[in-house]
Design a protein around this ligand. Structure first.
Ligand code: SF4
Length: 280
C-alpha cells in the first residue's frame, strides 16, 4: 500500500513554539499547571503530564508556582487574576491570536460592533469575548443566527474569524450579515497555517489515485475536524488520534492512502501512523 502525505500538515508555528516553551520550562525544573490543554491533542497533554506539567480547568486549581496559558490564549483578565493569586505566568499564546486581541480592541475603540465567527465554547473565542460587555459583540456561526440580529442598530461592524476555521464554510453567514448591515468590514484572521493545511487536504481529497484518507488529530481539535470535513466530502476518510486507532477494515480495498494531520498533531504521531500503514 502506498502512502501519500499532504504537502502541508501537522504542527503549526504557534503550536510548535508553545510545545517547545513548556518542554524547556519543564526541563529547567519548572513546576507549573496548564490552563486547558496546551494544544488540543491528548498525546501532547499526556507528554506534558509525564514532564510534570499537568492540565487544569481553572485558575483556582493551580497549586504550582506557575500557570501556563495555552496557544489559544486567554481573556486579558485571566492574567490579572493569576497575578493577584501570586502565580507566575508562562504565556504560550500564539502571536496570531494576540493580533486578533489587539485588532478587535482597536476596532472597538474605533466604534465598531464586533462579530466573531466561530464557536462560542472554543477557548480562543472565549479569550476574545469573555471580558467584553455583552452589547458590544456577537458570536455567529449560522445564517439563522445572523438573521435574528437587528444589525441596523450598529453603524459599522467588524468581522473576525476564529483562526482555525474553514472560511468558505462560513461565507453564507458573513454574506448574510453584509446584506443586513449598513457597513461591514472583514478582518483577515484565518491563520495561514490552517489555510495551508486545508488547501493541502483539498489537493489530497481531489487526487484520483488516493482511495482513502487518514486524518490524524486530537478529539477536541477544531482544525483537525475541519480537515476531516474537507477530506470526507470527497473520499472515504477516517479521523484517528494515533496508529492504534486504525481499523484495517477501512483499508481492505485501498491501494493508496492519503495522510494529513491537524495543527496540534506532533510529527512523531504522523510517523507512527505512516509506519503502521506501510506495514499493513
Ligand atoms: S493554528 Fe495558527 S493561530 Fe492557531 S496556534 Fe497555530 S499558528 Fe497560531
Amino acid at each position: 500500500m502506498k502512502v501519500i502525505r499532504a504537502a502541508k500538515y501537522g504542527f503549526c508555528s504557534g503550536v510548535r513554539i508553545a510545545d517547545l516553551k513548556v518542554k524547556r520550562f519543564a526541563a529547567a525544573g519548572g513546576r507549573g499547571a496548564i490552563l486547558g490543554q496546551v494544544v488540543h491533542n491528548e498525546r501532547v497533554v499526556q507528554e506534558m503530564e509525564e514532564l510534570g506539567v499537568r492540565t487544569v480547568d481553572e485558575i483556582l486549581s493551580v497549586a504550582e508556582p506557575t500557570i501556563v496559558f495555552s496557544a489559544h490564549g486567554v481573556p486579558p483578565s485571566f492574567h490579572d487574576e493569576a497575578i493577584s493569586r501570586g502565580l507566575q505566568i508562562l504565556d504560550t499564546t500564539c502571536k496570531f491570536v494576540y493580533d486578533i486581541h489587539r485588532e478587535s480592541k482597536a476596532a472597538l475603540l474605533d466604534g465598531y460592533h464586533l462579530v466573531f465567527i466561530g464557536d462560542p465554547k472554543h477557548r480562543e473565542v472565549i479569550g476574545y469575548t469573555h471580558d467584553l460587555a455583552p452589547g458590544v459583540y456577537h458570536i455567529m456561526s449560522t445564517v439563522d443566527g445572523a438573521e435574528k440580529v437587528d444589525w441596523s442598530r450598529y453603524p459599522k461592524i467588524k468581522i473576525f474569524y476564529q483562526t482555525t476555521l474553514n472560511a468558505s464554510d462560513f461565507e453564507p453567514v458573513v454574506r448574510r450579515i453584509e446584506q443586513l448591515a449598513a457597513r461591514v468590514e472583514r478582518g483577515d484572521t484565518i491563520c495561514y497555517a490552517t489555510r495551508e493545511n486545508q488547501d493541502a487536504a483539498r489537493v489530497l481529497a481531489q487526487d484520483p489515485q488516493i482511495d482513502v484518507i487518514i486524518v490524524i488529530g486530537g478529539k477536541e481539535s477544531a482544525n483537525t475536524k475541519h480537515l476531516w470535513d474537507i477530506c470526507r466530502a470527497s473520499k472515504p476518510s477516517y479521523l484517528v488520534q494515533g496508529a492504534v486507532d486504525i481499523d484495517p477494515q477501512w483499508l481492505s480495498h485501498a491501494r493508496t492512502v492519503g495522510l494529513t494531520a491537524g495543527a496540534s498533531t506532533p510529527d512523531y504521531v504522523v510517523d507512527e501512523v505512516e509506519q503502521k500503514l506501510a506495514a499493513m
